[in-house]
Design a protein around this ligand. Structure first.
Ligand code: NIG
Ligand code: FE
Length: 405
């Protein structure tokens, strides 16, 4: 074939759900041309330019979506909190368990005494479940160390894990997850350590891509969050916030004013919060796994997010306390059944808007020329089925940066 451009691979034989602009935007009988791990052409097979692919893959039907993005997880931890699930079903609340030294602090104790290697190994096992279901980009937070060295250990473990998995891993420093017990009489002492010592080290060693905090009556106050965000801003690290999960604190609006990538949870977000998020381009990350497991009844204001044009992402919040969730497809289903999202919004929430919540929307989250060639072939006829099936396995085929897994 003279004049045909040599490329690594061509993928044919399926409908392509591009998620361009956060809509399905389906290309019937599409083609994806890949070179060097990047999409160089996406369109209808009938309009395919002359390519000379080194490999040609032809599916017999099905759909192709972007690789899924899980933009909020606490996958790296040690210990087991299944007993707290039982305690809660016997009447104890999340806040009561936390006040008794359980909750986040129980995982902190276990994580502090685990080696970096052990943390990597257990997280790899959990991550495997997400990857098997089409996740090709995942965010993982620290926040169960809560002392300087243990937070650094967690972040190094996340970087180590990232080096050996077929996924893009974003590391977030969540040292501001709670006030550690040693600082209960002097919470500012922990904030000072985060701002003056930890974040500069994290920045210098390149250990985190963003900084997160938990703004809640049982965690950090808005003033404490502001101090952490000021330090992050001075170091040029993007911020995001666990906000309005259990009560209204104005954290989402505060985060938006700092230009946060995302505000996450948001069950108790007000119209004021939503307006601020719209104004500053902050993504609403909804976490139905935590809502479900805590048997919360206050739903995030989906209608307001729509009305103000705030993009909604969906994530697993995979963590040992409030969301032991290892399936992003299940989160899509819950986003629809519990929060009233449409299946199209749910899919956009785990692709384009998940990518935006990580600051990656220029390169990830939709199937367009110039973006990474991470995509998933599903044996389905309609994309709405992704949010429809409950449990079970869909035998999907994952392509990560141009390589079939
Ligand atoms: O996202 N909200 C705060 N952090 C986690 C829960 C952490 C835990 O209980 O271990 C969350 O739900
Ligand atoms: Fe979380």
């Amino acid at each position: 074939m003279r004049d045909a451009k040599q490329i690594d691979s061509l993928w044919l034989g399926a409908d392509i759900v591009t998620l361009r602009d956060g809509r399905y935007n389906i290309i019937t009988d599409g083609a994806l041309a890949v070179d060097n791990g990047v999409l160089i052409w996406v369109g209808a097979r009938s309009e395919l330019p002359a390519f000379a692919p080194r490999q040609r893959h032809t599916f017999s039907g099905g759909i192709i979506t972007p690789g899924l993005v899980d933009c909020h997880t606490h996958l790296l931890f040690a210990g087991d909190r299944s007993a707290e699930f039982e305690q809660r079903l016997n009447g104890a609340s999340y806040a009561e368990i936390a006040a008794q030294g359980g909750g986040i602090l129980a995982t902190v104790r276990a994580t502090r005494s685990a080696s970096q290697e052990a943390l990597v190994a257990s997280a790899r096992g959990r991550l495997a479940h997400l990857l098997a279901e089409g996740v090709t980009t995942v965010e993982i937070k620290s926040g169960y160390g809560l002392d300087e060295e243990s937070e650094l250990k967690m972040l190094r473990a996340i970087r180590q894990l990232a080096a050996g998995v077929p996924a893009d891993v974003i590391a977030t420093c969540l040292a501001a997850h709670a006030i550690p017990p040693a600082f209960h009489a002097n919470p500012q002492g922990w904030i000072d350590i985060i701002c003056q010592r930890l974040l500069p080290r994290v920045k210098e060693e390149g250990l985190a891509d963003a900084v997160d905090a938990f703004c809640e009556h049982l965690a950090l106050s808005p003033a404490q969050v502001s101090a952490v965000f000021d330090a992050a801003r001075a170091l040029d690290l993007p911020v995001k916030l666990h906000a309005e999960q259990l009560s209204a604190q104005g954290g989402a609006a505060l985060a938006a004013r700092y230009g946060a990538l995302s505000a996450d949870h948001l069950e108790y977000a007000s119209e004021e919060d939503v307006r601020a998020m719209a104004e500053h381009g902050t993504v609403a990350v909804l976490l139905p796994g935590a809502f479900y497991l805590l048997r919360e009844t206050q739903r995030p204001p989906v209608a307001l997010f729509r009305r103000y044009g705030v993009p909604m992402a969906l994530a697993s919040d995979a963590n040992p306390g409030t969301s032991p969730a290892l399936s992003l497809r299940l989160m899509m289903n819950m986003g629809c059944t519990l929060f009233g999202m449409t299946p199209e919004e749910a899919l956009a929430g785990v692709t384009l808007w998940g990518a935006k919540a990580l600051g990656l929307q220029q390169t990830h989250g939709s199937l367009e020329a110039g973006k990474v060639a991470s995509f998933v072939h599903w044996p389905l006829t309609r994309p709405g089925e992704l949010a429809y099936w409950l449990g079970g396995e869909l035998p999907c085929r994952v392509i990560y940066r141009g390589e079939a897994q």
